[in-house]
Design a binder for this molecule. Structure first.
Ligand code: GLU
Length: 415
């Protein structure tokens, strides 16, 4: 029988596997198994028709042993406390893994942004920041974009916080538009990290990217840019989808044309020259590289057996359940786990914050070179840990991250 997981349960299982492999002290595991702070807020918003609607918001700060907490805010009709807690923990492990001086946090607002006008979205964004303003700040906790939030929302976040403080505080939020202190390269950073780590994995696996068929689940920021960068390296993008449907063309499709089509039609479904494909069929297509770039729990014990990709690069957070992980490991499918594959986003967020704090801005080339170095080094570190420890890439990534967290908590005198 297939077991359904809550997302936080997935985090606990992943932590458990690394703790076992590292023979971690029970107190260290106990501390990492719970967020240090977890907030729930109610946000009253004046709607365009004059009514008032109350929205639920969450901000979870999972662990701050390595620095101020960091992580995105998602606007989604299904977001809940359990999901935000899991995403916050993944941020802790992600930042530790790539070696940037942050702990992990995540936020969410329960809403459907597609049903809100621009001014309602602005009032909601400002209301959320006002509600969590006592617990965020450049030295405390730094929000960023995530699912269905973007540079405009970050700009409202930053502006509201600055208004409350009475001075400009660009370092409170990352992922801002360039004109108000954003960083060159932040928009495409998650996918550049996916591309760098995929490229490294392909070299190891002797997979020629020029021959590679690429399938992308989800066509938001991470999905689109991943398709674009892998296409630029010669990959053939044979299928992509979004929440409304999918497009499949074995001859390959142009990622930019797909994005234009999605902008005009609301979905990639119906893209000229393609046939429609449902999500289950997309995941089980024969291909070299599968990029899950949507939500959690997409590759499960139910469908892992059908997957025919050779390499999975997790642009999304938490797309694979522990049971699916095991099935794929036994099948010999290589996985670049989320906390490694998609760490490019928070890494360039870190660069943005550093630029904000020092008031000195870098070129796109500087950002890109520094990002590549961090991503390639993290990939090699995880890969060698997996070989030495005879564990899969996810367990190896957690081992690297948990080791650093354990050391920090020890020298800080927490355990
Ligand atoms: N939301 C992104 C993530 O899950 C980026 C977080 C950040 O830049 O702080 O990694």
């Amino acid at each position: 029988m297939v077991k359904e997981y809550g997302v936080y349960e997935v985090v606990l299982k992943q932590l458990e596997a690394a703790a076992d492999a590292l023979k971690l002290a029970p107190q260290t595991k106990e501390l990492l198994a719970e967020p240090v702070r977890n907030f729930k807020v109610a946000i009253p918003v004046k709607m365009d028709d004059g009514s008032v609607k109350v929205f639920k918001g969450f901000r979870c700060q999972h662990n701050d042993a390595l620095g101020p907490t960091k992580g995105g805010v998602r606007f989604h009709p299904q977001v809940d406390e359990d999901e935000v807690k899991a995403l916050a923990a993944w941020m802790t492990f992600k930042c530790a893994l790539v070696g940037i001086p942050y702990g992990g946090a995540k936020g969410g607002i329960l809403c459907n942004p597609k049903e809100l006008s621009n001014s309602e979205l602005e009032r909601l964004s400002r209301g959320f920041i006002a509600a969590i303003s006592p617990i965020i700040g450049p030295e405390k906790d730094i929000p960023a974009p995530d699912v269905y939030t973007n540079p405009q929302v970050m700009s409202w976040f930053m502006d509201e916080f600055s208004r409350l403080k009475g001075f400009n505080s660009p370092g409170v939020v990352t992922g801002k538009p360039l004109i108000v202190g954003g960083s060159a390269g932040r928009d495409s950073a998650t996918a550049r990290g996916v591309m760098f780590t995929t490229r490294e994995a392909c070299i190891l696996m002797k997979l020629d990217l020029k021959e590679a068929r690429v399938v992308v689940q989800g066509y938001g920021n991470a999905g689109f840019y991943s398709a674009k960068f892998l296409h630029e390296l010669g990959g053939k993008v044979i299928a992509v989808n979004d929440s409304s449907g999918g497009a499949f063309n074995p001859e390959g499709m142009d990622p930019l044309a797909l994005l234009d089509y999605k902008h005009s039609n609301g979905s990639v479904k119906g893209f000229p020259g393609s046939v429609n494909i449902v999500n289950d069929d997309l995941l089980s297509l024969e291909c070299e590289i599968l990029v899950p770039a949507a939500l959690e729990n997409q590759i499960t014990a139910d469908n892992a057996g059908d997957i025919r990709a050779k390499l999975i690069a997790e642009a999304a957070n938490g797309p694979t359940t522990p049971e699916a992980d095991q099935i794929l490991f036994e099948k010999g499918v290589m996985i670049i786990p989320d906390i490694l594959a998609n760490a490019g986003g928070v890494t360039v967020s870190y660069f943005e914050w550093v630029q904000n704090l020092s008031n000195y801005y870098w070129t796109a080339e500087e950002v890109d070179t520094k990002l590549e170095r961090i991503m390639v080094e993290a990939f090699r570190n995880v890969y060698s840990t997996s070989i030495e420890g005879k564990v899969n890439m996810r367990v190896a990534a957690y081992m690297v991250a948990v080791n650093k967290l354990a050391e920090a908590m020890k020298v800080r005198g927490w355990i």
